[in-house]
Write a protein that binds this ligand. Structure first.
Ligand code: NAP
Ligand code: ZN
Ligand code: ZN
Length: 346
């Protein structure tokens, strides 16, 4: 076991502060990772605020982890000291259910072990990436290709895979018209990935404030959802819409933007339920679906795809002391486009 510096929320809604946590000893199948960078996901904020229900405190958030292996267990075969690795939203799963066997560990029938705010299979509380080191089973880490700098790679571990998985599942590629709703951490990765996959991409943002950025990211069109004309002019246009919005949306209106048999895939995780007019689905055999992160193999595939296309996140690097200000800025949609903590400052 080792004592490690970390940033934690001591109680629900409390500001994060410096503390120490204990990491388990490196087991036979474990690797010890020196965390270099940790991204701030909006999910961290939902959980610190108990927006999704009761949580475990003190909480060390962080599931966008990039670092370097500094020790390996006796049975480790995949990684060696010095390897560049990432850890995403979960650190274990049952390994034997249908979903785990198919590489869909994110949908493990017994529930996977989340990287933080969870109890692992030893009965210990998990602590996330806002810390200097983490011990993880080698099967729940992924390799970060050499051409991807670690700071811009960190957000790929959640924001990247959360968009890559549905874009692939719903066959986004050449000839497909795709809309990404919300240009935040997830949304900006959605634009980059959908463009790299060859689709025609439109950003649907609350206003035109970030239009220049959106077009620079590769979007072909950029529309404001606070302008009612957007919903008439783009009616019936899209094959796939991915919503990354962290607050409840009027999905009935967005479903109107789909062509017949199109799919609206929601990845945002608002704290409140939504209401839906089901006529917006039945008339044209439309699909309303959800998607959650991705499995380990698909996360590796996404990292390799990003390396191949020179894709990293657009980040604002911050010190640990700036975490609370960064949370406020994320909540006011003032993020361009992911805050990443330099863990050397923890
Ligand atoms: P983020 O950086 O805050 O981005 C969310 C974006 O949604 C904002 O930038 C804003 O974009 C838009 N938005 C915010 N409030 C809105 C409102 N009231 N009405 C309309 N649009 C609004 O957050 P994120 O880290 O990308 O995460 C987004 C959501 O996905 C969170 O709920 C998070 O918990 C969830 N999430 C889900 C998964 C999954 O596996 N499904 C994984 C990670 C995160 P504009 O300014 O462009 O309008
Ligand atoms: Zn996340
Ligand atoms: Zn399982």
């Amino acid at each position: 076991m080792s004592t490690v510096a970390a940033y934690a929320a001591p109680a629900p809604k409390a500001p994060l502060e410096r503390t120490t946590i204990v990491r388990r000893a490196v087991g036979a199948h474990d690797i010890l990772i020196d965390i270099k960078y940790a991204g701030i996901c909006h999910s961290d904020i939902h959980q610190v605020n108990e927006g999704w229900g009761e949580a475990i405190f003190p909480m060390v958030p962080g599931h966008e982890i990039a670092g370097v292996v500094t020790e390996v267990g006796t049975e480790v075969t995949k990684y060696a000291v010095g390897d560049r690795v990432g850890v995403g939203c979960f650190v274990d799963s049952c390994r034997e259910c249908d979903y785990c066997l198919r590489g869909l560990e994110q949908y493990c029938a017994k529930g996977n072990v989340q990287t933080y705010n969870a109890i692992d299979h030893n009965g210990d509380v998990t602590y996330g990436g806002y810390s200097k080191q983490i011990v993880v089973d080698e099967n729940y880490a992924v390799r970060i290709p050499d051409s991807l700098p670690l700071d811009v790679a960190a957000p790929l571990l959640c924001a990247g895979i959360t968009l890559y998985s549905p874009l692939r599942h719903w066959n986004v590629g050449p000839g497909k018209k795709v809309a990404i709703v919300g240009l935040g951490g997830l949304g900006h990765m959605g634009v980059k990935l959908a463009v790299a996959l060859g689709a025609e991409v439109t950003v649907l943002s609350q206003s035109l404030r970030k239009k220049a950025d959106g077009l620079k990211l590769g979007a072909h069109d950029y529309r404001a959802t606070n302008d009612p004309a957007t919903f008439t002019e783009l009616a019936g246009k899209f094959d796939v819409i991915v919503s990354t919005v962290s607050a409840p949306l009027n999905f009935s209106a967005y479903l109107g933007l789909l062509r017949t048999e199109g799919a609206l895939v929601n990845v945002g995780a608002p704290e409140e339920p939504i209401s839906l007019n089901l006529f917006s689905l039945i008339g044209q055999r439309k699909t309303l679906a959800g998607s959650m992160i991705g499995g380990i193999a698909e996360t590796q595939e996404m990292l390799d795809f990003c390396a191949g296309h020179g894709i990293g996140a657009e980040i604002e690097l911050i010190t640990a002391e700036e975490i609370n200000t960064a949370y406020d800025r994320v909540l006011s949609s003032d993020v361009r486009y992911r805050f990443v903590i330099d863990t050397a400052t923890i």
